[in-house]
Design a protein. Structure first.
Length: 260
């Protein structure tokens, strides 16, 4: 009965057609579309979206989509926003091997089993199932923080869940800094028996000391350098993506339009 109701809803809503895509992007061929925003368009059926074979960035948030079949043909897709829809089956996404960022906040995912289709996506780094600021979630999120830990185990390649970093060089560097802070905070004790008069400072305190090398310090410097290099690369890629978006959409992006 639920499937029949879903089909009726799809027929009543908007279906993606070549005319709709060309009108939205200004492109003459579907293969030339790289970035596409169809936010809040009452879409229920993805129609010919699978023919956009070179699509890299897709925003379908705020619609009534439940079936993702056509998305399985989008081999170049790297960023996908499906927030605020009616999705409960992610199996078609198992073919999107280039997917890196996925927003599913505000859908109908109630168990980790429904996320099994994402296991083979080796490039997936960011997954959002909950967005507190927008008041969006999934039934699965009612389990509390436990679902995030289980999700991290199931998809070990993730660097961010619900917008919070869970792995990668950033968290490793943070831990190194905490270890370093603890190491610097430990001082040598001032020995001596009970009641024995002790000097205010240790013997030789005022004498210059040879610089000490610490493996923690060296590792912290190394990881910091690598993290800085990664940030520069991400910044370059972000600039390229924004430039592509502005060229494809033909107008200045709205504030927050590219926030996933």
């Amino acid at each position: 009965e639920e499937e029949e109701e879903g089909e009726e809803e799809e027929e009543e809503g908007v279906r993606i057609t070549p005319q709709l895509l060309k009108a939205s992007t200004g492109e003459f061929t579907l293969e030339s579309i790289l970035l596409l925003k169809l936010r809040g368009c009452s879409i229920t059926h993805l129609g010919c979206l699978g023919d956009c074979s070179n699509l890299e960035w897709l925003d379908l948030s705020g619609n009534s989509i439940s079936q993702l079949g056509p998305l399985g043909s989008l081999k170049s897709l790297s960023v996908l926003n499906l927030s605020r829809n009616r999705v409960a089956n992610l199996e078609p996404l198992s073919s999107c091997h280039n997917l890196q960022v996925l927003n599913l906040a505000g859908n109908r995912l109630s168990s980790l089993q429904q996320l099994r289709g994402l296991v083979g996506l080796r490039r997936l780094e960011s997954l959002r199932l909950r967005d507190p600021l927008a008041g969006l979630g999934n039934p699965l999120c009612a389990a509390g923080p436990a679902y995030r830990a289980a999700l991290a185990d199931m998809l070990p390649g993730l660097r961010a869940i619900d917008g919070e970093r869970v792995s990668g060089r950033g968290s490793e560097l943070y831990q190194l800094c905490r270890d370093l802070e603890g190491w610097l905070g430990r001082g040598a004790g001032f020995g001596g028996g009970p009641g024995a008069a002790q000097p205010w400072v240790e013997a030789g305190f005022w004498e210059p000391r040879a610089p000490r090398r610490s493996s923690i310090m060296e590792e912290a410097y190394r990881q910091f350098g690598e993290a800085l290099q990664e940030c520069r690369e991400l910044s370059r890629r972000a600039d390229d993506t924004i430039a592509q978006a502005e060229r494809a959409l033909g107008s200045r992006a709205e504030p927050g339009s590219y926030v996933f």
